[in-house]
Design a protein around this ligand. Structure first.
Ligand code: GLY
Ligand code: MN
Ligand code: MN
Length: 499
């Protein structure tokens, strides 16, 4: 038996049929002789890995799928991983799998799709649809732009089945499988427009509104389910936070280089840590020096870093499992806060302390926001920036001219995790053990804000930590990074070159 006649489970080659492949967009500009084509078909070792064990998260993912199936009996559920997105011309953004797909499978493959197919006797049959290994018989593996010779080896379907403890199928068969039987179907939208189009065609335009509503229910269920993290997820988040702490230390060590160049040096130093220890940054790093710190989503990061200024760094390493940290420190570039900076910083710190104290099981989600806002409003009234009484300020939300944003959000696979969860289980809900959230009050005095004394204009301070709700209260996952102004200065003194 030649190598090519062996069944897939032995060779790891999923190329029984010869599928079509896309030729590389700009080539081949060299012609392929019959001799070369024939030669390229042969001489390849069998690299199938037969000793694979399920990934750590496989049993957790199985439980999540069981709960999902129980919520939608008799229905087909389609959860795509997403596809590559064009950056420009023939280059693409780095792929990052959709969070719901990762949550339910542990896999991160582009073009993957999880399908829960309802069984006649109740329950669901799960199948993981994936790109198989590249066909060598028809040249796909070396001539197609997405052939493995260009983009790297994929798991064979047999390997993936072992790793994710799920039956696997060739994703190219998915549209036909969807057409073959048509139980009521829901899809997580926003990741795979081609699959959505197949389903739209099957469901018909008349049903589009109802379908949109049903799909929304699926998304809402998943975001609700992701609110409480299991032990494995908490460990991933702690790992992401630990890498982030090291990334902040990296940044402090290179502050002199940032002074000589720009905020980009800070962004780059942090990114190096994120790529070496994790998958990426979990969101665009905000490296905001001086008055740029008053722009909430300052991601241009092209401003100067000057001694005497504060630099606000809001950055998080996304672990290889895709769980992300979200941490902010506002640091004096010189190593020491001046009096005005310290006054602002200490008020934000006091607000954060008050917020963290409210993070406990059974407490309303809004309580920590309210507690932090009250401290900030009291300070602003005391400084004469707002006219009291404090209760009136809070009732009218006047402090928000300077506090701008909410005091935090859930954290997990997404930085703003569970954004589609029901209001009653998230913003109007109560905290439960296993929830992980940020506590991140801030004060921002715009450089052109005539309502504040000149000495405050252009100062922006945020302190952000990642906090786990425990059965007793909370644990600050980012506690290794100093927060209090004197502790921040001592930490800087130990890391800044020349101190
Ligand atoms: N970095 C985004 C946020 O803090 O929510
Ligand atoms: Mn942040
Ligand atoms: Mn945040």
């Amino acid at each position: 038996m030649t190598d090519d006649q062996r069944p897939q489970s032995e060779t790891g080659r999923d190329d029984a049929d010869a599928p079509e492949f896309r030729p590389r967009k700009n080539g081949p500009y060299q012609t392929v002789s019959d001799e070369l084509a024939a030669w390229m078909r042969t001489g390849w070792a069998d690299t199938e890995r037969r000793d694979l064990h399920p990934v750590e998260q496989a049993p957790y993912a199985a439980k999540r799928r069981a709960a999902l199936g129980a919520r939608f009996p008799g229905e087909r559920l389609v959860i795509p991983a997403g596809r590559l997105k064009v950056r420009s011309n023939d280059t693409e953004y780095r792929f990052r799998a959709a969070s719901d797909y990762v949550y339910l499978t542990g896999d991160q493959s582009e073009d993957g799709c999880l399908v829960l197919e309802p069984r006649a006797d109740g329950g669901h049959e799960a199948a993981l649809y994936l790109r198989p290994r590249s066909n060598r018989e028809n040249g796909e593996f070396w001539l197609a732009g997405d052939g493995e010779l260009w983009v790297g080896r994929r798991n064979s379907l047999t390997e993936a089945a072992r790793l994710y403890a799920l039956p696997t199928r060739d994703v190219r068969a998915l549209p036909d499988d969807l057409r073959a039987a048509q139980p009521p179907t829901r899809i997580v939208r926003g990741h795979d427009s081609a699959l959505e189009a197949v389903l739209a065609e099957l469901r018909g335009t008349a049903a589009e509104d109802a379908a949109a509503e049903r799909d929304e229910e699926l998304a809402v269920y998943l975001h609700d389910a992701r609110l409480v993290k299991d032990d494995w997820e908490v460990a991933q988040l702690q790992g992401a936070v630990d890498s982030t702490v090291r990334g902040f230390e990296d940044v402090v060590r290179v502050l002199p280089q940032a002074e000589a160049t720009s905020e980009r040096y800070i962004e780059g130093a942090f990114f190096l840590r994120a790529r070496v220890e994790g998958n990426d940054v979990g969101y665009g790093t905000i490296a905001a020096a001086g008055s740029n710190a008053t722009t909430l989503h300052w991601v241009r990061n092209d401003g100067p870093v000057r001694a005497g200024d504060l630099v606000l760094l809001d950055a998080g390493v996304e672990a290889t499992s895709l769980y992300t940290a979200d941490v902010t420190r506002t640091l004096p570039v010189s190593g020491r806060f001046d009096d005005v900076q310290r006054r602002v910083y200490d008020l934000v710190y006091a607000a954060q302390e008050a917020g963290i104290a409210e993070v406990a099981p059974g407490r309303p989600f809004r309580a920590y926001h309210d507690a932090a806002q009250r401290v900030l409003a009291e300070g602003l009234v005391e400084w004469g920036l707002l006219e009291g009484p404090v209760d009136r300020v809070l009732e009218l939300g006047l402090q928000r001219r300077y506090t701008l944003h909410g005091t935090g959000h859930m954290l997990g696979l997404d930085v703003h995790d569970c954004a589609q969860a029901r209001t009653e289980s998230y913003v109007d809900g109560v905290l439960a053990p296993g929830m992980v959230l940020t506590v991140e009050p801030g004060l921002y005095f715009q450089p052109d804000d005539l309502t504040v004394p000149e000495e405050l204009r252009g100062i922006g301070v945020r302190i952000e930590d990642d906090v786990l709700v425990t059965s007793e209260g909370n644990r600050v996952l980012s506690a290794a990074l100093p927060r209090r102004s004197d502790e921040v200065e001592a930490w800087l003194a130990g890391l800044l070159p020349g101190h």
